[in-house]
Design a protein around this ligand. Structure first.
Ligand SMILES: *Cc1c(COP(=O)(O)O)cnc(C)c1O
Length: 520
């Protein structure tokens, strides 16, 4: 019997009218196969493995032994493989097409990275191995650390944070430790611009600070006057994204840093957008005290598929003493050791502690270093230049199609920002996003940053060709034309996806996380 029919999987797309697609017996549409939940296929009598009977032994579960079946789905090996392969074909991926998700830097992932990361000496190491047996892996961490310090013009780097947001926490904990070492316990406020990524205020609040907004100027940058006016003895520091989430470079960054330092605070820079300035600007020259780098954005291997991230934090001379353990240390004879609690002695007494159990994301370190070494310093600079060029091409190509709120502020950096102004009554950013799915694109980032109504943030990255950009621009123009003309069919897009419009609010507020056996 056909598992798909058994499960009651129903196609949702059956356009009506002349020449409409007929309903199929299986519910599949050509080679795009539908797939029910794993619990809806197979039954608990089926299994992919032969297990020997468990010998009876003494039960030490103190009356807590399970009395009912565990309820795992029962599938054979081929059924299991097909289930996950079918689901994977319903995913969009950077290996399928342009991924315009702003703020995420969804760039092509060079295959060389993967080849290097899979070398057994990197892929098979264990974090508890004696350091003498993992000298190569430690050399990668150490070498990458030096590249990050060099590219940012900073003093030190904490390699262990496991993502951007984790790096933010690391940097803010360094600031907290530095303030405590100065005995300044009353500096409780962190200033964050209105356009900040949501992780910034969340990080500051999580570390126990009070968050206050700094307004933006009409041209989309931090209002320097308002920031200066708010500085004082209760301010621990600022968290500023540069380039910011409106896709603009904060030109006053050095003046901001000088003012914050003069008022006794520290400057945290959200460096997730480093892709736009790597090789062109050194954050250390802008007076920044701490900045995380999303290795999984700037140095390829984009997330979005749930893969690991890595968020090393570069630190100024003032904050380096407070950085976490462990770190690598290269000795005169070339031998590399790990400085950990057991080996640190009295050399790093002000460290705030530890961010992770071990040393960080080895696979990401290997990929990032492979990316850096294959580009070289000049290649990295070109990455930034091409990313900015591509984004400006998108911005100027679509400025007549969509409202571009900051287009008059000059060129953008690596991402182009649009708003929903000018669409027909009743049409919104969401309709453009859903229409793009029918055109074969993952939507751009929508409704972020919050400072722009109905925001659409497009980050093409440097790895897209002009032909790929032109096709994407054409698709956006076509969908926008429908939204401006009030084409009712756009309100129910996507029409060609396995699922139509979902109730995203309900899904977020009341997620159904456990499968319930339907009543018989
Ligand atoms: C991606 C991003 C972050 C968070 O990074 P994660 O690795 O997802 O935790 C923070 N700030 C900005 C501006 C980002 O784009």
């Amino acid at each position: 019997m056909n598992a798909i029919n058994q499960s009651g999987w129903k196609p949702e797309m059956q356009p009506a009218g002349e020449g409409a697609a007929p309903a199929t017996h299986t519910g599949n549409r050509a080679l795009m196969l539908g797939e029910p939940l794993i619990f809806e296929i197979g039954d608990s009598a089926t299994t992919g493995v032969d297990l020997a009977e468990v010998p009876a032994g003494e039960n030490r579960l103190a009356g807590l032994a399970r009395t009912a079946p565990i309820g795992l789905p029962g599938l054979s090996e081929p059924e299991t493989v097909r289930h996950y392969t079918r689901l994977s074909r319903q995913n969009y991926a950077i290996d399928l097409g342009l991924f315009p998700l702003g703020s995420c830097t969804m760039k092509h992932n060079p295959r060389l990275n993967e080849k290097v990361a899979r070398l057994p000496g990197f892929a098979d190491v264990h974090p508890l191995q004696p350091v003498d047996t993992v000298q190569g892996a430690l050399a990668v961490i150490n070498e990458l650390a030096f590249w990050l310090i060099d590219l940012t013009g900073m003093h030190g780097v904490a390699m262990s944070p496991k993502a951007g947001a984790h790096g933010e926490l690391c940097g803010i904990l360094c600031i907290k430790a530095a303030l405590e070492a100065r005995g300044e316990h009353d500096r409780r406020v962190i200033l964050v611009p209105e356009s900040a990524h949501g992780t910034n205020p969340a990080t500051a609040a999580f570390a126990g600070f009070k968050v206050e907004d700094i307004p933006a100027t009409p041209e989309g940058r931090v209002d320097l006057g308002a920031l200066k006016a708010r500085l004082g003895p209760d301010v621990a520091g600022v968290m500023i994204t540069n380039p910011n989430t409106c896709g603009l470079f904060e030109r006053d960054m050095k003046a901001i840093s000088d003012a914050v330092h003069a008022a006794g605070g520290y400057v945290y820079c959200d460096g997730a957008n480093f892709n736009a300035i790597v090789g062109r600007v050194r954050p250390g020259d802008l007076g920044i005290d701490a900045m995380h780098i999303n290795l999984h954005k700037t140095f390829s291997t984009p997330h979005g598929g749930g893969g690991p991230g890595s968020g090393p934090v570069v630190l100024s001379k003032a904050l380096s003493p407070y950085g976490p353990l462990p770190f690598t240390e290269r000795h005169a004879d070339g031998h590399i050791t790990l400085v950990e609690e057991e080996t640190v002695g009295d050399r790093h007494p002000d460290s705030f502690g530890r961010m992770t159990a071990f040393h960080g994301q080895m696979g990401m370190f290997t990929r990032a270093l492979a990316y850096i070494l294959s580009h070289g310093a000049d290649g990295l600079r070109q990455v930034a230049e091409d990313a900015v060029l591509n984004a400006n091409y998108v911005l100027r190509s679509l400025a007549d199609t969509l409202d571009a709120p900051f287009a008059d502020s000059g060129p953008c950096m690596h991402e182009a920002l649009f708003s929903d102004a000018g669409l027909a009554e009743g049409f919104s950013t969401l309709d453009i996003a859903k229409g793009l799915i029918d055109e074969g694109y993952h939507p751009m980032t929508v409704y972020f940053p919050l400072v722009v109504h109905g925001a659409m943030l497009v980050e093409p990255t440097e790895t897209e060709s002009k032909a790929a950009l032109d096709q994407f621009i054409g698709a956006v123009k076509a969908v926008a034309a429908r939204a401006k003309a009030g084409d009712a069919s756009l309100k129910s897009a996507p029409h060609f996806a396995p699922r139509r419009r979902l109730d995203e609010t309900l899904a977020a507020r009341k997620p159904v996380l456990a499968w319930q056996e339907p009543a018989a």
